[in-house]
Design a protein around this ligand. Structure first.
Ligand code: ATP
Ligand code: MG
Length: 316
């Protein structure tokens, strides 16, 4: 449903999005997770045809976003970071306007608007001026306009930002309910947000994908495996590579002098091998410990790795 290939976007000399490649299948709910400035909104604006990419390609429902912008817009609902809601309009009128823009046939307008109002629990405020609504309610109006034409694909940029806890739960439930029939990609910088709503996450940092997995697999892998932390004086690449090559080692992620080593099972033998290899490669072991790592920490590790060490295997 969504195919992104080597997508890159430069703002002046800086790449905000750098060589992104990923796919979202029909009916999937995928979370686009990354810290502030990672390139989430930039990617979403390109996917929805609001902005051209510098290079690479993106297809939505089989249509190239650059070559067929109209077909793309017909197939997507977009909740941008700052929803384009008109303060002087009534909620219901605005949704009707949004439906008309998306070419919902005249005889179906009423039903489409009612549906969107019900789904986002906005029925009670349908005649209120948007400008007088609270921020959370305005966010819901943004979500309602993304849904009003019943698009196959929904692209939601931080859909629950500014909502209170009760509203967050409601909107998450709503998004979960969209899966299967709709294909959803939503962005967030909050891990619980994506674990609550998505089946799969794509972690993005500094414009690059640093991990991609299902929530289930990520969680099981972390539960099953053991994570060691090795801090060394000299984290040189040949030493790191030698550790990575030890059989039974899953991944080695480097953050400066610290190596986070994920293994299938924490046997004595593998511990000895890690230490022996570090000593043999004259890395100068300063610290070695087993860590219990939460998903939250994994996310932090993935997204705070220094750029020069990224090529040393920034995967979970
Ligand atoms: N119009 C622009 N001109 C120049 N630089 C930009 C522009 N828009 C975004 N950027 C830069 O591109 C990078 C990615 O920004 P983007 O808004 O895509 O990140 P994000 O992941 O959505 O972050 P956030 O979580 O804060 O919304 C940032 O470094 C940002 O400063
Ligand atoms: Mg953003």
């Amino acid at each position: 449903m969504i195919q992104v290939s080597h997508l890159t976007k430069f703002y002046g000399p800086r790449a905000a999005v750098n060589d992104l490649t990923f796919e979202v299948k029909k009916g999937e709910i995928v979370g686009f997770l990354g810290p502030n400035g990672a390139g989430k909104s930039t990617t979403m604006k390109i996917l929805t045809g609001f902005m051209p990419a510098s290079s690479g390609s993106a297809k939505i429902a089989g249509y190239d976003v650059f070559a067929s912008p109209l077909e793309v817009k017909r197939n997507i609902g977009f909740l941008p970071e700052n929803p384009p809601v008109y303060p002087e309009m009534q909620v219901q009128d605005y949704l009707q306007f949004a439906a008309e823009l998306h070419q919902v046939p005249r005889e179906k307008l009423r039903t489409a608007v009612d549906h969107a109002l019900t789904k986002t629990s906005l029925g009670d405020v349908r005649h209120r001026l948007i400008g007088n609504l609270s921020k959370g309610f305005r966010q819901r109006v943004g979500l309602a306009q993304a849904l009003v034409h019943n698009p196959a694909i929904l692209i939601l940029d931080e859909p629950t930002v500014g909502l209170d806890p009760k509203q967050i739960i409601e909107i998450r439930e709503l998004i979960k309910g969209l899966g299967g029939e709709h294909t959803v990609i939503l962005s967030s910088h909050i891990l619980p947000e994506v674990t609550a709503t998505c089946e799969r996450i794509i972690v993005i940092s500094k414009g690059r994908i640093v991990a991609e997995d299902t929530i289930d697999q990520l969680t099981t892998r972390i539960k099953k495996g053991v994570i060691y932390s090795l801090v060394v004086k000299n984290p040189d690449p040949t030493g790191v590579a030698a550790i990575r090559n030890i059989p039974g080692i899953h991944t080695v992620t480097q953050a400066g002098p610290k190596l986070v080593i994920e293994v299938q099972s924490g046997t004595n033998e593998i511990r000895d091998q890690i230490i022996e290899t570090a000593v043999k490669k004259e890395m100068g072991v300063l610290e070695f410990s087993a860590e219990k790592v939460s998903l939250e920490e994994i996310f932090l590790q993935l997204t705070t790795i220094e750029t020069p060490t990224q090529s040393t295997g920034a995967t979970v």
